[in-house]
Design a protein around this ligand. Structure first.
Ligand code: GDP
Ligand code: MN
Ligand code: MN
Length: 251
């Protein structure tokens, strides 16, 4: 298996056709997986925005004031407003805003970025990243597309690539019922392949001014395994989320 970045992609702006830009630069094969950083999907879809687009309501002002009190850092209530508008649930208000986005992904600040966004204050995540992945897939020779974002995860320092959308493949590879090396049957292992591919692609993409938002994964074989399209946990089965309800940060 091999990963490589698509070279020489320009600065992406609203209306750009990412599939065409990639296809012009790489001869894709049908079994390639094309991993696209959400930042360029968002730019192409016109999701760059400004703080002034989000006049703060009372809830956003309260959230920003609580954050300021807890962290000692100045917080713009318009930013809190943007996060609230992008989210269906605020899971944590302090020491940072952890929310569920409208498409089911849980992340800090609803995944809104303030880096790599020329001429605007903010970059919102794509509205429906799996639909974005499907549209890109329609325009490239590769059969599989993953939309990634760089995100922190619970219990670990630092950030990594995670999948927020995918098309042409299932999210996870199901090993249940298959034997381990002792012949014991695997009972629980459902491997989240789209996250693994996103993490690998993110490693190649970089985070700064590298300019390599699209990474091709070549010769990744799913093998003779079943699959599952489950990715974001339902609230009912998510004990971490349930524990967060009612939890308060004490600085
Ligand atoms: P995120 O992980 O999806 O939030 O995206 P990042 O901001 O971390 O950017 C990922 C990669 O894409 C980095 O290598 C950036 O330099 C690059 N990048 C971001 N925007 C653009 C763009 O418009 N054009 C090009 N060519 N590269 C970009
Ligand atoms: Mn991001
Ligand atoms: Mn990143």
């Amino acid at each position: 298996m091999e990963l490589f970045a698509v070279p020489d992609l320009p600065e992406i702006t609203a209306g750009d056709d990412i599939a065409a830009l990639v296809s012009d630069r790489v001869d894709l094969r049908d079994d390639d997986v094309v991993c696209v950083a959400s930042t360029v999907v968002s730019k192409a879809e016109g999701r760059a925005a400004d703080l002034d687009d989000f006049p703060a309501g009372p809830r956003a002002r309260e959230v920003a004031a609580n954050l300021e009190a807890a962290t000692g850092d100045e917080k713009d209530p318009r930013f809190a407003q943007a996060v609230l508008e992008e989210s269906t649930e605020l899971l944590m208000e302090s020491p940072f805003l952890l929310t569920e986005t409208r498409f089911g992904h849980v992340g800090v600040n609803a995944g809104i970025d303030r880096s790599n966004v020329p001429e605007h204050d903010l970059l919102l995540l794509p509205t429906r990243p799996s639909e974005s992945a499907a549209r890109i897939r329609d325009g490239v020779a590769a059969d599989r597309v993953v939309v990634t974002d760089t995100c922190g995860r619970p219990f670990r320092h630092g950030q990594r690539g995670v999948a927020i959308g995918w098309a042409g493949m299932q999210a996870s590879r199901d090993w249940r019922g298959e034997p381990d090396r002792d012949g014991r049957e695997l009972g629980v292992t459902v491997e989240n392949v789209v996250d693994e591919l996103a993490a690998a692609a993110n490693l190649v993409s970089g985070e700064g001014d590298d300019g390599t938002p699209v990474v091709v994964v070549r010769d990744f074989e799913w093998g003779d395994h079943g699959g599952s399209d489950r990715h974001f946990r339902d609230v009912d089965g998510d004990f971490v989320r349930q524990a967060l309800r009612g939890w308060e940060f004490d600085a």
